[in-house]
Design a protein. Structure first.
Length: 158
């Protein structure tokens, strides 16, 4: 028996986001070459976890201060680990679409926030989606680079 719960849907969405980044790089003809090693990807994951943790655990005076701080941290994550126009564009697009879907789900009673301050969701949510998109994109790019190396090595052996 197969259980399809919220976690499996999120994993599928993360995989799609990870695939989008290398596909967009190829489509635009802009290969992403900035910090292309697993240690950088793992540092990006660690920073994302820190940003996500800060959104839940750090007390701020108000939601605007929290949102601005998370926006700055998320853009800092992009600048430190990506720096591509396609990465920024996909991150913004993912943040917009994911926030829109979240608002739709909350509006229809699937989810509920204790104190929404931006339509039906929390104002800092797009920052988390942006940082998560950049993180999944870095993982996808690294995996695509690894796959290309394996294919190239196999073709040289033949």
């Amino acid at each position: 028996m197969c259980y399809v719960g919220p976690c499996s849907h999120q994993q599928g969405e993360a995989a799609v986001i990870g695939l989008l980044y290398p596909c967009m790089d190829r489509h635009l003809g802009e290969p992403h070459k900035f910090k292309r090693e697993w240690s950088s990807v793992m540092r990006c994951v660690a920073v994302f976890v820190g940003i996500n943790h800060a959104s839940a655990k750090v007390d701020f005076a108000n939601n605007i201060q929290l949102s601005l701080t998370l926006a700055a941290l998320s853009i800092g994550l992009w600048w430190t680990f990506d720096r591509s126009r396609s990465g920024f564009g996909l991150g913004v697009g993912i943040a917009f679409l994911a926030t829109l879907v979240s608002q739709f789900l909350v509006y229809n009673g699937v989810y509920q926030y204790t104190s929404p301050d931006f339509l039906y969701v929390r104002s800092w949510l797009p920052c988390i989606f942006f940082a998560g998109g950049i993180t999944m994109g870095n993982i996808g790019r690294q995996l695509a680079m690894y796959e290309c190396k394996v294919i190239a090595e196999k073709s040289h052996e033949d």
